[in-house]
Design a protein around this ligand. Structure first.
Ligand SMILES: Cc1ncc(C[n+]2csc(CCOP(=O)(O)OP(=O)(O)O)c2C)c(N)n1
Length: 645
């Protein structure tokens, strides 16, 4: 059956539809989003919430001339569908398919590539200032916006409470450029929003019914004029105070923005009217739009957190089919994140000084049970990674044992805090670096392939990675037992089955030889250990015996074991799921160079200097020769053997 959506090849087609048709279209866009996300996985709740807002934006602006920016870019599915990517949308998050985030390589309608929260207002202001600076100087063949382009930024209520948006609002309010910031307020980050800004926004929402009262009070005030000169400044201060008390969004007004709203983000008539109105206003404007996460799909609206980023599910019942986390092992049970959470609960029972910190991601980092058991010992600081680390430094200085659980990619934001508030203080903060390495279908903005590099160069840090679940638990316990800053990285995988004995005892800077063989050796770190063992198994079947070392520590390195293995084998591979620059491989090669050990027979197997596109994690590892068969192939090359036929 043909649908309205089939006739939408670009935003221009929206302008011939009346409001009834636009509402019908919204329903069809939702259906397509649900169908595709149920098959491919993806960010469902946020996308279902902005369908009407997206339609209204494309109806009121021409974003080939004006600019549209989505903070995080995880809620741009309707935008993709309406900007010529309706059919391609079916390949969402698949290898070579459409990205799960706004991506400037994909379409001229995606002004900026995103994936991390809170960067949109800064980017929007930059674009706006660039337009002004370049007005009248467009290169040949380029449209000259003449500095009149409107830049529209859509940012969520979770993201806006983090540091960078406030820095950007502070700047934008002073610069006074034509910038329309749409605050998409759905009361949720991934979980319900936390903090004082969230409390403030809920007051603003509640104040909407008082708009009438405000009008009447201001009307009375305007009729009353002070009789005596001396009273006039009192009068104007009183009237300003009353205005402020009754103006929703006064926080933004004080920052130099004109505030409009709150507007019902599912009422297309109200949205179109308001957008047309604010599009004519010069200077920075903040439009506050209220939306419902998961709108139109009951399972998602009743569990917006579960459907924030979901695996595949059966669309009819909204039942989530358990996500396969790509270990390839038949006995896989739970993720490293949930094991980390369980272990933390146990350790918290033993040590009342242990506290956990999350930056708005208690579920993703496995801390749900910890939050339930120890609500006073879990600090959810909002999407504020920098603050999380500064705060952890303070907690440690005050005598607590803070454990920070953050994804590797998001922790990058707190680089200076890792240096200044932890390393420089020698603060015994434990970093649980989740989603380290390639992360699969979230793609380049979410891979965690720089963390070894950013921790390893900090004096005093201990940097480690487990090869399996038992080792993760042992490393956490070990990290809490030493009085030093520590980082433990683990992948977005399910844990391989733990050996019956659990992890062999850990001691600082000591590796573990997993198996021995005379023909070659692999010195592997973290998630690469399992793959190195697989490679050794493949080669064993070909008659080659391979030593595998589980390095455990990237800092301090087990130099004794590493030097011995390098000296005793004619072919040595170092393997990890991290960028070559600065990672474990680089650490080993540096150590060999410092010691003056010839390393012509040693090769690194690490991530190359490039951004890796979205696909499943196993596909990504295979593509880069970092899975078991890929490592086996590298070893064959190193041993100078032809591949057996
Ligand atoms: C720096 C950073 N930290 C954490 C995340 C993970 N993350 C993705 S979306 C999101 C919540 C965003 O909430 P909000 O801005 O309110 O948007 P909504 O999804 O509710 O539309 C979080 C925490 C991220 N993308 N970037």
């Amino acid at each position: 059956m043909s649908s309205l959506l089939d006739s939408i090849d670009g935003p221009q087609d929206l302008r011939r539809l009346d409001l009834d048709q636009l509402n019908t279209l919204a329903g069809e866009v939702r259906e397509l989003i649900i169908e595709v996300v149920s098959a491919n996985g993806g960010h469902l709740s946020s996308n279902l919430g902005v369908v009407e807002l997206t339609i209204a934006l494309h109806r009121c602006f021409d974003f080939l001339k004006d600019r549209l920016i989505w903070d995080v870019g995880h809620q741009a599915y309707a935008h993709k569908i309406l900007t010529g990517r309706r059919e391609a949308f079916r390949s969402l998050r698949l290898k070579e398919g459409i990205s799960g985030f706004a991506d400037r390589k994909e379409s001229p309608y995606d002004t900026f590539s995103f994936g991390h929260t809170g960067t949109s207002i800064s980017a929007g202001l930059g674009l706006s200032c660039a337009d002004e600076a370049l007005a009248g100087r467009a290169a040949e063949g380029e449209a000259d916006a003449g500095g009149r382009r409107k830049v529209v930024v859509v940012i969520g209520d979770g993201a806006i409470s983090s540091g960078m948006p406030f820095e950007a609002l502070n700047h934008a309010g002073a610069v006074g450029r034509n910038l329309l910031v749409i605050l998409n307020d759905n009361r949720m980050s991934i979980s319900p929003t936390v903090g004082a800004v969230a409390r403030y926004l809920s007051k603003v929402r509640a104040s909407a019914p008082y708009q009438e009262v405000k009008r009447e009070v201001l009307d009375v005030l305007s009729r009353w004029r002070p009789a005596r000169e001396g009273l006039s400044s009192l009068y104007s201060r009183a009237s300003e105070a009353i205005q402020a008390a009754l103006t929703p969004g006064v926080l933004f007004v004080e920052l130099g923005f004109s505030y409009y709203g709150p507007v019902d983000g599912h009422d297309l008539t109200a949205l179109v009217d308001t957008l047309e109105h604010v599009s004519r206003i010069n200077g920075p404007v903040l439009l506050h739009v209220l939306t419902e996460k998961g709108r139109g799909f009951r399972p998602a609206s009743s569990d917006p957190t579960g459907f924030h980023s979901s695996g595949c599910f059966r669309a009819e019942e909204g039942e989530v089919i358990a996500e396969t986390q790509e270990t390839g092992a038949a006995e896989q049970t739970r993720s490293y994140s949930s094991l980390l959470g369980e272990t933390l609960v146990e350790l918290a029972e033993e040590d009342p000084r242990l506290v956990a910190i999350t930056a708005a991601m208690p579920d993703g980092t496995g801390l749900t049970e910890f939050a339930r058991r120890y609500p006073d010992r879990l600090h959810d600081v909002g999407i504020c990674e920098q603050h999380a680390i500064g705060f952890a430094g303070g907690l440690a200085a005050g005598g607590l044992k803070p454990v920070v659980c953050i994804y590797s990619t998001f922790l990058q934001r707190a680089y200076d805090q890792i240096f200044h508030d932890v390393a420089l203080q020698g603060a015994p903060v434990v970093f649980c670096v989740d989603r380290a390495g390639l992360v699969g279908s979230d793609g380049p903005s979410h891979h965690g392939h720089f963390d070894v590099a950013y921790f390893r160069c900090m004096p005093g840090f201990v940097v480690m990675a487990p090869a399996d679940g038992a080792e993760l638990a042992a490393m956490l316990r070990f990290a809490l037992s030493i009085d030093r800053p520590c980082a433990i990285r683990y992948p977005r995988e399910n844990v391989p089955s733990a050996s019956a004995e659990g992890a062999a005892p850990l001691s600082l800077g000591r590796a573990q030889v997993v198996r021995t063989g005379a023909d070659a050796a692999v010195i592997a770190y973290g998630a690469a250990v399992r793959r190195a063992v697989e490679a050794a198994g493949i080669l064993e079947r070909e008659g080659r015996a391979v030593t595998v070392v589980n390095a455990r520590f990237a800092k301090p390195l087990d130099l004794e074991t590493i030097f011995r293995v390098v000296r005793e084998h004619a072919a040595v591979l170092i393997a990890e799921d991290h960028a070559l620059a600065g990672g474990f491989c680089a650490a080993v090669l540096e150590a060999l160079a410092v010691e003056g050990i010839a390393a012509g027979h040693v090769r690194p197997a690490a991530l190359p200097d490039q951004f890796v596109g979205h696909a499943s994690r196993e596909e990504q590892l295979a593509q880069l020769g970092l899975d078991g068969p890929g490592l086996a192939e590298r070893l064959r090359g190193l041993m100078g053997a032809a591949r057996p036929t």
